[in-house]
Design a protein around this ligand. Structure first.
Ligand code: KIV
Ligand code: ZN
Length: 510
């Protein structure tokens, strides 16, 4: 038995049947080119009889996409097969995929036909498709709910009629892995001419078992898997291509099989399909979800930093994901924190790390995720004394209930004194505008708070501000017995941070 599993991608046909996922012709073409780069063996590009647009899209793909076999779907009807051929005939390698339901439920209620009639129609349609292309695939729709003996007869008959691939669909996602694996095993052992065709499987995900059923089938001898990017498809979707491929790759010791997929392109292909279909990928989706390579638990982060294999069975780069993400939150430990500080360019001593870790834990209790900006703020607020480029030299304010607030601010800037005047909505606003004129910055105050840090009439007031500046949000603090002066100092603290943020050699550590 061959050791290679053929990947038959049906993102553009079954995947496009996902509720709300209609794609334009040019979008289909873009995805088809990407699937070719990814290395899929066969692209099922559409169902040409379904609409003139679908026929045209399949035709364009057949003409322009090089590499994979291009396949068109058809019911077991002459007009469908004619349309499928009309669409795929321009490809270097083309396939027609005909299907007909074989389960009692479908034959009785949908087709209203008896077994013998179905058998005749299946054979006739395969023979008709063979007039156009050598590569014909047949699917007995709802195979997993088809009476087994009848299924063997259908499979044998279509192979005799010339089908090169027989696909066994679990159309309604009803199968259970052991049972589906056994069905494939039985077909291989009970259909006399089975060695003349490749057995394929096509599993739907109604019970969340599409990938498991596909892998059970592969383990029992199926050598073509029909699947879609991100597992999109009719209802709960199809088996996900990326999960099948990475299971086969990662557990080569178990399957002893390979595929032709360039796994490094899996992530970008997933993003493209998600963007063009408008179907989001759930964050915890295996292989391509946003969280697939994120670790939050402290024990896991520590293990990952010591040796990735402790908690990672594949490397994010294997699927083109970038790098492992250690999400800093309340479960994170000192090891992950110090590594992140290093990445941000801060080399902390043990004592500084202890101090930063304490602040980090307090913050993490209040905030689910800690971002790089939060860490920079911890360092800047707790651990660095900024050399002050701007120092308040003097301040004069004027105003009243009937007068527009006015401020004149004098700053020491590298041994020189510079001054500016401004009016504003209040005395603090007027001062900040004057400071902006001197520093040539443009800060926007987004939060302001004041508290007294000593008692009595001459209590020291501490002003804290949050300022948006150069697309960043920085915090500043200033103290004085005069609240306007404390406010200006807090604002200048922000100005000093922005001035020195990119000049670490000027920092003084505590
Ligand atoms: O789910 C199904 O049975 C199908 C067939 C057309 C293969 O999509
Ligand atoms: Zn399907």
């Amino acid at each position: 038995m061959k050791d290679r599993v053929t990947i038959f991608d049906t993102t553009l046909r079954d995947g496009e049947q996902s509720p709300g996922a209609s794609l334009q012709k040019n979008e289909k073409l873009e995805i088809a080119h990407q699937l070719a780069r990814l290395g899929v063996d066969i692209i099922e590009a559409g169902f040409p009889i379904a609409s003139p647009d679908d026929l045209e899209a399949v035709k364009q793909i057949a003409k322009k996409v090089k590499g994979p076999t291009i396949c068109g779907l058809a019911r077991s009807l002459k007009k469908d097969i004619d349309a499928a051929y009309e669409a795929v005939r321009f490809a270097k390698r083309s396939r027609i995929h005909v299907f007909l339901a074989t389960s009692k439920i479908h034959m009785k209620y949908k087709l209203k036909k008896a077994e013998e009639e179905i058998l005749r129609q299946a054979v006739k349609s395969v023979k008709y498709a063979k007039r156009f292309v050598d590569d014909v695939e047949f699917s007995p729709e709802d195979a997993s709910r088809t009476e087994e003996k009848f299924l063997y007869r259908v499979v044998e008959a279509v192979i005799s009629a010339g089908a090169k691939t027989v696909n066994i669909p679990d159309t309604v996602g009803y199968a259970i892995p052991d049972e589906f694996g056994r069905l494939i095993y039985n077909i291989i052992n009970k259909v006399p001419n089975i060695n003349k065709a490749t057995i394929s499987i096509h599993c739907h995900n109604d019970l969340g078992l599409a990938v498991s059923n596909s892998l059970a089938a592969v383990n029992n001898g199926a050598r073509q898997v029909e699947c879609t990017i991100n597992g999109i498809g009719e209802r709960a979707g199809n088996a996900s291509l990326e999960e099948i491929v990475m299971a086969i790759n990662t557990r080569r010791d178990f399957f002893n099989l390979k595929t032709s997929i360039d796994t490094k392109l899996l992530y970008e292909t997933s993003r493209m399909v998600s963007r063009l279909t408008g179907i989001n990928v759930q964050p915890n989706k295996a292989i391509v979800g946003m969280n697939a390579f994120s670790h939050e638990a402290g024990i896991h982060q520590d293990g990952i930093l010591k040796k990735a294999i402790t908690y990672e069975i594949m490397s994010p780069s294997d699927v083109g994901f970038g790098e492992t993400k250690l999400v800093l939150g309340k479960h994170s430990g000192r090891h992950a924190l110090s590594r992140r500080f290093e990445k941000l360019g801060y080399k902390l001593s043990k004592a500084q790390l202890d101090k930063a870790f304490k602040r980090f834990k307090i913050l993490a209790d209040k905030k689910k995720n800690i971002f790089d900006e939060d860490l920079k703020a911890i360092v800047e607020d707790e651990l660095i004394i900024f050399a002050e480029r701007y120092k308040l030299a003097d301040l004069y304010i004027k105003g009243g209930t009937k007068e527009t607030p006015y401020a004149k601010v004098m700053l020491k800037v590298a041994k020189k004194t510079k001054e500016a005047e401004a009016i504003g909505d209040g005395p603090v606003d007027a001062c900040y505008k004057a400071v902006d004129k001197i520093t040539k910055e443009s800060g926007r105050l987004i939060d302001y708070s004041i508290r007294s840090i000593t008692s009595g009439k001459d209590a020291l007031g501490e002003v804290s501000v949050k300022v948006r500046i150069r697309n960043q949000v920085l915090t500043g603090r200033g103290t004085s017995t005069d609240i306007i002066e404390a406010s200006v100092k807090a604002y200048l603290n922000v100005m000093n941070k922005i001035a020195y943020r990119h000049e670490p050699k000027l920092w003084q550590w505590t």
